[in-house]
Ligand binder design. Structure first.
Ligand code: NAD
Length: 362
């Protein structure tokens, strides 16, 4: 029977890559070892994992030395800690260079699920979507908690309170969830994205789309946005600055994989913001959508691309299911991984060599 090791994440993360329910399902075909304390910050105790068929291992060296498959979100894995038979499954944001994955130099198969194609076939494994959706939700909760106002219009004995205004920039998975959450709370929401198709999605959620003509799109980009020209970027920044003055909460999510995030909030926009408004920048890990200029302190800026980690229990349930679905797919396809789009898409390295075309290009 092959063995799986579930690793503890870095100290600053709360999530864990498998839930006790995932361990129960995997234990039918694998020996599942759990690094002691791996799930604690997400709300899963060692006892729960053990009850579901996991073997709790205190000693990390022993765990790494005995496992065939290492599973984590993006745990640190010392290069010299394991044998050549291992496979690593994680989400190391390899294009953005956010986590150290130098362990690939050992002769192992390394799959990073942030590289999966965003297709219907890969949907059940789509870690980026699972976590982005929760980050978008949490961005609204964080914004509402910080701003000293109610979200919906409330009429009462003391008069009528006007609804909060929320602006969402970048309408991918996180942005759509942010719009839906803010609308549910009763806020007035507007949004912008360079991908024209998002206009319909924004409007179908009852939000206003800010139209700016002239964006470049590439049908070959796998659904992702591409970098825009300087003139267009300037026009976007100017338009957003004009639309900022009545906004209470801005949620920015605009990203281009493997590139620096575009600046959407410039100095003029920051100056135009109302006193006590809040910006939640979910694109922070790749440079952020907000200009780095400390022009005033009348607004608050939260720069955090991992707000899903504050919802560690929920995030870990989704993450674990995505990873298990990937593993099931790998089991079925293992002999023909050269041809399978999902495995080929997520395979970073094999035999000590980086093999992913986008990493070789970079
Ligand atoms: P992402 O995190 O890469 O980017 C977030 C958003 O920022 C995107 O909507 C992008 O268009 C936008 N953006 C980039 N530059 C911008 C700029 N200068 N101004 C304004 N907005 C800008 O995106 P994501 O959420 O990972 O989604 C990427 C794509 O994958 C989308 O097309 C999405 O619909 C698609 N997707 C498909 C599936 C599926 O079919 N199974 C699942 C999930 C996502």
């Amino acid at each position: 029977m092959k063995s799986i090791a579930l690793l503890k994440e870095k100290d600053d993360r709360n999530i864990v890559a498998l839930s006790p329910a995932n361990v129960k399902a995997l234990a039918v075909n694998y020996t599942v070892m759990i690094e002691s304390g791996a799930g604690l910050k997400a709300g899963f105790t060692d006892d729960e994992y053990a009850h579901h068929g996991g073997h709790i291992i205190e000693n990390k060296e022993k765990l790494l030395a005995n496992a065939d498959i290492l599973i984590s979100y993006a745990a640190e894995i010392p290069v010299n800690s394991f044998t050549e038979a291992n496979m690593v499954i994680g989400c190391y944001h390899v294009l953005d260079g956010l986590d150290d994955f130098s362990f690939y130099k050992k002769k192992l198969e390394f799959y990073s699920l942030d590289l999966l194609p965003r297709t219907t076939l890969a949907q059940s494994m789509d870690v980026l979507s699972s976590l982005a959706s929760l980050a978008g939700y949490q961005a609204v909760i964080e914004g509402l908690n910080k701003v000293k106002k109610v979200a919906p219009m409330i009429a009462g004995a003391g008069g009528t309170l006007q609804p909060m205004h929320v602006l969402v920039l970048g309408v991918g998975v996180a942005g759509l969830q942010a719009i839906a959450t803010a609308k549910r709370m009763g806020a007035v929401v507007s949004a912008f994205d360079v991908r024209k198709q998002t206009q319909l999605e924004v409007e179908s959620l009852g939000a206003k789309f800010i139209e700016i003509e002239g964006a470049k799109e590439d049908q070959e980009s796998g659904g992702y946005a591409i970098e825009q020209g300087e003139d267009f970027n300037q026009m976007v920044q100017d338009t957003i600055a004009k639309n900022c003055e009545h906004i209470d909460v801005i949620i920015t999510t605009a990203r281009i994989p493997g590139r620096k995030a575009p600046i959407l909030i410039n100095e003029a926009a920051l100056k135009a913001l109302k006193k006590d408004s809040i910006i939640i920048d979910l694109a922070a890990s790749t440079g952020g959508n907000v200009i780095q200029q400390d022009i005033s302190k009348h607004y608050a800026l939260v720069s955090n691309s991992e707000l899903f980690d504050q919802l560690a229990y929920s995030s870990s349930l989704l993450l674990g299911n995505n990873i298990c679905n990937f593993l099931k797919h790998w089991e079925k396809q293992a002999d023909k991984d050269e041809k399978d789009d999902i495995l080929k898409g997520a395979l970073v390295a094999k035999g000590g060599q980086i093999v992913h075309p986008r990493l070789i290009q970079n």
